[in-house]
Write a protein that binds this ligand. Structure first.
Ligand code: AVI
Length: 323
């Protein structure tokens, strides 16, 4: 197998938990309680997310996946025209590695694939699978928190970053700029970046995607409470919280919250946290961008818009940026 676990576990067990506990306590001491959505993705949370991607209501996943074969074909032409015959693909937040397959199928110039994700076990399994389908490509996986600056020792090949799924929307716009600037440094001179961006659209379609009829998104959201119970010796009663997802049109983002149904006290690693009835923990933002708006944001991080592919009705965009 061509898989090599390369930067395996940038952060391991206890140091990861230490950071988790500190972030949780800091977030729950705020007047608007808040947790970072990156903590959704332990084993269980990554599994829930995979289930979300199979939901009829959750259009971003299937829409992007349907667009990718065309994108890949055009990228092939583009790389050929620009005589780029040695390319390494770097996926940020790689998760289950479903999205990279249509690219690898069409792009023979990709010799190396580097997958980064915060959930290492999930990624390791997925990459072993990928290696079987693409034995000619060198596959490297690294577990790490790509919301922070990272340094990868990349080869001399032309780098193309890949950040599908509109995960960029889970950053604050300012953090998205920081991420894109860091990615520019990571990927180096003459690199490219291919991103999935969920677009602004009517409220109904957006809110449906985050309030599915099978309640998988609710389980995904509440998993952050279950995870604190598992890892931080917390005593959240999941039945005492309700999943809430609404579109904040003014800020152009879906907001997910967990609303406390009663006044209650929860203990986390010995610290008592009080909840008023109806008080919420803000667990996620998912920003939506008009393509031009996103191009503007990317340009403030030093990237130039090269090409945009739009899904039918403009419900999702894939954008190629050039360093
Ligand atoms: C990973 N990310 C792009 C998803 C989103 O749509 O913001 C996470 C998600 N949250 C609820 N459903 C899916």
């Amino acid at each position: 197998l061509a898989v090599c676990v390369w930067l395996n576990k940038v952060k391991t067990g206890s140091s990861m938990n230490q950071g988790f506990l500190q972030d949780v306590l800091a977030g729950l001491r705020l007047s608007q309680k808040a947790l970072s959505p990156k903590y959704f993705y332990d084993e269980q949370g990554s599994e829930y997310f995979d289930q979300i991607c199979q939901l009829e209501e959750y259009y971003p996943y299937r829409t992007e996946l349907a667009l990718l074969p065309d994108v890949a074909q055009e990228l092939n032409q583009f790389f050929t025209q620009h005589s780029l015959d040695n390319v390494q693909l770097v996926e940020f937040g790689a998760g289950s590695l479903h999205k990279v397959k249509p690219l690898l199928q069409e792009l023979p110039m990709v010799r190396e694939f580097v997958a980064l994700d915060i959930s290492g076990e999930h990624l390791k399994r997925a990459s072993a699978d990928l290696a079987q389908s693409f034995p000619q490509i060198e596959i490297k996986v690294a577990q790490g928190d790509f919301t922070k600056p990272i340094r990868l020792e990349l080869s001399e090949a032309t780098s193309i970053g890949f950040f599908p799924g509109s995960t960029i929307g889970n950053f604050e716009p300012k953090e998205a700029v920081d991420f894109l600037r860091n990615a520019r440094t990571t990927l180096g001179k003459d690199s490219y970046m291919l991103l999935g961006v969920d677009t602004k659209k009517d409220r109904q379609m957006l809110e449906r995607a985050y309030n599915d009829s099978k309640d998988i998104t609710a389980h995904f959201n509440k998993n952050i409470l279950a995870r604190m119970n598992r890892e931080l010796d917390a005593d959240f009663n999941l039945d005492q919280f309700r999943h809430v997802a609404v579109y904040n049109q003014k800020l152009g983002r879906i907001e997910m919250h967990l609303r406390s149904l009663v006044q209650q006290e929860v203990t986390i690693a010995g610290e008592a946290i009080l909840f008023d009835q109806d008080e919420t923990i803000h667990t996620e933002n998912s920003y939506k961008y008009h393509p031009e708006e996103f191009e503007q944001l990317a340009s403030s991080a030093g990237w130039q818009g090269e090409k945009t592919w739009l899904a039918p009705d403009g419900i999702f965009a894939i954008m190629l940026l050039r360093n």
